[in-house]
Ligand binder design. Structure first.
Ligand code: 13P
Length: 257
């Protein structure tokens, strides 16, 4: 059975002490509600800025149901790439996940499908779970090209992986028009795209791989709308931006399953 996940993408927010405070409130919540031992409850992943990773990973080490991830990694193993952070370094902090291809990386930092395929490869090599982001911009949706766009992103970024490699990947569908805008995809729009993604995984790989792939929704998902989004058969959780920065909101979202 596929895993459910509620993940927080902190983006470029929170000083270290604020991040530690947020982590400790989330860990308390998971422990107090015994989420780590309850069947059907989601795992929690916190995608922190690089500078928080070691501290948050140390703090959460050994706590079941809470994991830590980076928001990006570089395409190369090591060397003269000033300012970049490698998958191996991320792994060495105790982090277990990495975001690949967030729309902000694609648009502000020019990350292409080819670059993202390399990042996926190096993340898997270092035993990190890539959470591969895909999603269309508003013009593409208005032109009814959203299925085509997402299919192309997945083909170029992921579908060259072997079945075994692909089984280690999580997908996040984040329509760009819903990110940080307060405009959420409707439950029907989210379900429709998630079912489409699962169908193309089925066609490329097989039934088992498709049924076992975790597909998260992201884009203005919050404490109020999470339950109706997560109620859909093919929505396996969320990748939460703004609402992951307040423990109370994020914990309400975790409880939405
Ligand atoms: P918001 O939840 O702030 O819309 O951000 C979503 C996102 O980009 C998560 O990666």
């Amino acid at each position: 059975m596929r895993k459910k996940i509620v993940a927080g993408n902190w983006k470029m927010n929170l000083k270290l002490e604020e991040g530690m405070q947020l982590s400790s409130e989330i860990v308390e919540f998971v422990k107090n509600n015994h989420l780590e031992t309850l069947a059907g409850k989601p795992g929690v992943v916190m995608f922190t800025p690089f500078v928080h990773l070691t501290s948050v990973a140390d703090f959460t080490a050994g706590i079941k149901g809470v994991e830590v991830g980076a928001q990006n990694c570089y395409t190369e193993e090591k060397g003269a790439f000033t300012g970049e952070v490698s998958a191996e370094m991320i792994e060495s902090t105790g982090a277990t996940h990495v975001l690949v291809g967030h729309s902000e990386r694609r648009s502000f930092f020019g990350e292409t499908d080819e670059v993202l395929a390399k990042k996926t490869e190096i993340a898997l090599k270092h035993a990190l779970t890539p959470v591969f982001c895909c999603g269309e911009v508003l013009d593409e949706r208005n032109a009814e090209k959203h299925f085509e766009v997402v299919k192309k992103q997945l083909h170029k970024g992921l579908f060259w992986l072997s079945e075994e490699e692909f089984s280690k990947v999580v997908i996040a569908y984040e329509p760009v028009w819903a990110i940080g805008t307060g405009v959420t995809a409707s439950p029907a729009q989210a379900q429709e795209m998630h079912a489409f993604i699962r169908q193309i995984i089925r066609e490329k790989y097989n039934d088992k791989t498709a049924d076992d792939t975790t597909i998260l929704y992201g884009g203005s998902c919050n404490a109020k709308n999470a339950a109706e989004l997560f109620a859909n058969e093919d929505v396996d959780g969320g990748l939460i931006g703004g609402a992951s920065l307040k423990a109370e909101d994020f914990c309400t979202i975790i409880k939405s399953f």
